[in-house]
Design a protein around this ligand. Sequence first.
Ligand code: 9MJ
Length: 678
Amino acid sequence: MSDVSGRVSELRRTLEKYSHEYYVLDQPTVPDAEYDRLLRELEALEAANPELITPDSPTQRVGGAPLPQFESVQHEVPMLSLGNAFAEQEVEEFDQRIRQRLDRDEPVSYVAEPKLDGLALSLLYRDGQLVRAATRGDGSSGENVTLNARTIRAIPLRLRGEVPPLVEVRGEVYISKADFERYNKSADATGGKRFVNPRNAAAGSLRQLDPRLTAQRPLSFFAYAGAQLSDSELPATHGEFLQQLREWGLPVSPEHRVVEGPQGCLEYYADIGKKRDDLAYEIDGVVYKVNEYVLQRDLGFVSRAPRWALAHKFPAQEELTTVEAIEVQIGRTGAVTPVARLEPVFVGGVTVTNATLHNEDEVKRKDVRAGDTVVVRRAGDVIPEVVSAVVERRPADSTPFVMPTHCPLCGSPIVRREGEAVSRCTGGMICPAQVRGGLIHFVSRQAMDIEGLGTQVIDQLVTAGLVETPADIFLLSADQLVELERLGEKSAANLVAAIETSKQTELGRLLFGLGIRDVGHATARTLASYFGSLDALLGASVEDFEQVPDVGPVVAASLAAYFSDPGNRELLAALRAAGVTWPEHEPQTGPAEGPLTGRTFVLTGTLSSMPRSEARAALEALGAKVSGSVSKKTSGVIAGDKAGSKLTKAQDLGVPVLDEDAMAVLLAGDLSPIEKGD
Ligand code: 9MJ
């Protein structure tokens, strides 16, 4: 028995250590699978020995039946709100008010913290044990969400080290951007309800009456304040207290910093603003707090907000506006994108007049209509999008969006292939939108890189009938260009020079510029170095293309279709005739010869024996090709931990699925794992 109880204690200690490394130190030392394995072992031991179960055991996070309603909790110390500022000047004024009140000339130290956009939570620890969790509510009383908070692994059930008998910790429950995306993706796949934004996701998840539902939501937590602590239990500064919280085992944002004066605050604001898109979670601004607790006390409160803190918000990333119309845009590949024309609105720091609606299904899913009041979002440099329509404000006579049946520009039919999300104009090169898009792409930086040939000049050249195909660009003269509106002699001469320079190019740039479906600039470069010359590409078959690293059956088919099309071959001949040149070399020697020559494998999931790159190199060294997508011709799919859709596809197609042991057999040159039926 004592052996069992010893193992139980050891498992709990180890599991707590792993959680701490993961959530507090942000330095996991073992894969999730190891954590899960130990947790299952502990669960089994506790099931066989129920007398060993303690409330702070990591197995006891989810428990209890759904509540009929949340109990109300009176906050012993009110949970305050924060004064808001948007402008720099308001930050200066905040600091001035503080120094005036403190009658102080020298600069004040502040702790600057990211302002998380989630839901505020109070955690009460008695003798180090979590005994109560409550939402902020109206600040005086909130809801008792203890059972739900216990399911959040970032919240310790027990604090570490020396802890005062009573500690209240406050912080923010949030969902990381990645978890939010993942959740919505899986909601889409299962027909579940999506979350509108990470904040709603966090709030909605924490306020579930059934803790088992909360447990399934990927909630996280950062601590940023304490309450109910006596002076002797507190360090002198807030900066030190945040460190104390970390030592107690609570996750604290690593982004906080001690800064001097309003200048330091503003520098921090600018720095975080730059990092914002790269942070794992959403923030809506920063919070400045006077660092020294004696000064905080002297400053006190005004109405419900502390005088010693200020929330400096970023410009709103979501605003309301109205949709004036929904129009469609035709891209260079003919893709038809519905776009909402908006009543101009200032959001995310710029004025937005258009927002993409992505595709037909997306418009249907959001049911956005002309005349609707909508929530528009612009986050960072991401293109603005319509988040949702406010149905209550919908005009009575509104009608749902209908995808046009014909291209508004060339009149060709718009079709949507089965299984695809995009609708496409079938006009090809008779569609001016596709011609224009193709030309803009052709001259772009990663393609032919013709400086001075912007969208406006291209529009003028097309309208004037001077350019129909990319090859025509290289036949333009300065005399022709001067005829264009707004193009002076100097600009015309510069443009002719830029066009001339661009003729000496690289095969990869040209290939990318052609705009072959599914061929991005990385693939274009790989193709160029693999084949070495345009003639080698013109002579290649689908099978040849499939031999190229990273080229799967879909891309190979696009390439074969492109290079066999007479119009495209004519264009390439015209480009060569117009003087476009590039260095060429012999085709790369094929893959290594070995027992796996002629076999294609797909790697998926996480391998535990070696990194994927190593497995790939080992397979290729034996002559195999490693592809990114599964087809009937795939010889085998090697599936590691958490393999996803590729594994499912292999099973559907009857392609052999290999585990890591089978891969080891294969790497020893033994083909038995992929030899079916014998
Ligand atoms: C957030 N939301 O990130 C406070 N907050 O401090 C931070 N909120 C706060 N501090 C006192 N970092 C009241 C609210």
